[in-house]
Design a protein around this ligand. Structure first.
Ligand code: FBP
Length: 313
């Protein structure tokens, strides 16, 4: 029995999506048990970027790697691993994954997720991923929250599936998610305010000014600290998300990785009618120069993203 409704999934990609969903359902059960199971948030080391790895980061990576091996994935690039792995030398796909996004929320029962991006594989493992984001053939996330759900695009709209806990299957909930053009909410880690660039500060000040400022309306503020949760909220009811470059050492290109986080979220959001930029250039026309390279990310409701781009000149 497949782990997802097959009807709207391209047949050749179905084994990959099915393997992602089957693993997502297993992970969802592990996460739901929280402290009743093993210590998911315990620190277990550092990945190649110097980020602290938690037990669930490593467990999720191992589970996805094992499940994707027989599913047609030739090249597997994980945020948790330094280099690209070859899973199936004859497989047609290159899959990049952030197995567990939002690790700081593992221990506090707040939504976390898995993000993935799929390209057609080329011979060179790393070159398979260092391509314009517009060349992705599929991208999506699984959110582990009050509901476990999958948002996915194959380049013709953004689909939403919800895990039915009674059957363990992902069931179609929306054939076409629509990200509202206008926004009433914005998201940025405001504790970094003193490090922001002038355009980012100008945008936030416009939001804070509310009905007395240029926007003429109140903007609500939200920050979860899980990109997947933030993206799902914005896909559902509009808003903006910013993780810009700032003046901190190591944040010259923001925090998020182009291959594992920025490119897939940009593809999903644009397929739902939103926009994604690094401030000046649409993300979909950018490509990473290195596997773990970071990239500033601004995405969300089209009107707001256009305003942020205008402030960047
Ligand atoms: P991880 O992949 O290590 O979880 O980092 C990504 C992330 O948690 C995003 O989900 C989130 O948007 C961001 O980092 C939060 O960063 P900060 O702690 O600087 O606000």
């Amino acid at each position: 029995m497949p782990a997802i409704d097959p009807d709207l999934i391209p047949a050749d990609l179905f084994p990959v999506i099915d393997a992602l969903c089957a693993t997502g359902a297993q992970l969802s059960a592990v996460i739901a048990r929280g402290p009743l199971g093993q210590s998911l948030g315990a620190g277990v080391g550092e990945n190649s970027d110097g980020d602290q790895q938690k037990a669930l980061d490593v467990m999720a990576d191992e589970m996805f790697e094992a499940a994707l091996k027989p599913a047609g994935v030739r090249h597997y690039a994980s945020e948790e691993q330094e280099v690209v792995l070859t899973l199936d030398a004859a497989g047609p796909y290159a899959l990049a994954i952030d197995p567990l996004d939002g690790s700081s929320n593992i221990d506090v029962n707040v939504t976390i997720g898995t993000i993935f991006s799929i390209f057609d594989a080329v011979a060179d493992p790393t070159a398979s991923f260092l391509r314009p984001a517009s060349e992705q053939i599929a991208a999506g996330y699984i959110a582990y929250g009050p509901q476990t759900l999958l948002a996915v695009t194959f380049g013709a709209g953004t689909l939403l599936y919800v895990l039915d806990p009674e059957t363990g299957r992902f069931v179609l909930a929306s054939e076409a998610m629509v990200l509202p053009v206008a926004a009433k909410e914005y998201s940025i880690n405001a504790s970094n305010r003193r490090h922001w660039t002038a355009p980012v500060l100008a945008y936030v000040e416009e939001c804070e000014a509310g009905e007395t400022g240029a926007k003429g309306k109140t903007m609500n503020f939200r920050w979860v600290g899980s990109l997947v949760a933030e993206t799902h909220r914005i896909l559902t009811r509009g808003g903006t998300f910013l993780y810009p470059s700032d003046a901190r050492k190591g944040y010259e290109k923001g925090r998020l990785r182009m291959v594992y986080e920025v490119a897939p979220m940009a593809f999903l959001v644009e397929q739902a009618g939103g926009q994604a930029t690094d401030g000046k250039t649409p993300i979909l026309s950018l490509q990473a120069g290195a596997l773990h390279e970071r990239c500033p990310l601004v995405f969300g409701s089209a009107e707001e993203v256009a305003r942020i781009a205008a402030l960047h000149g």
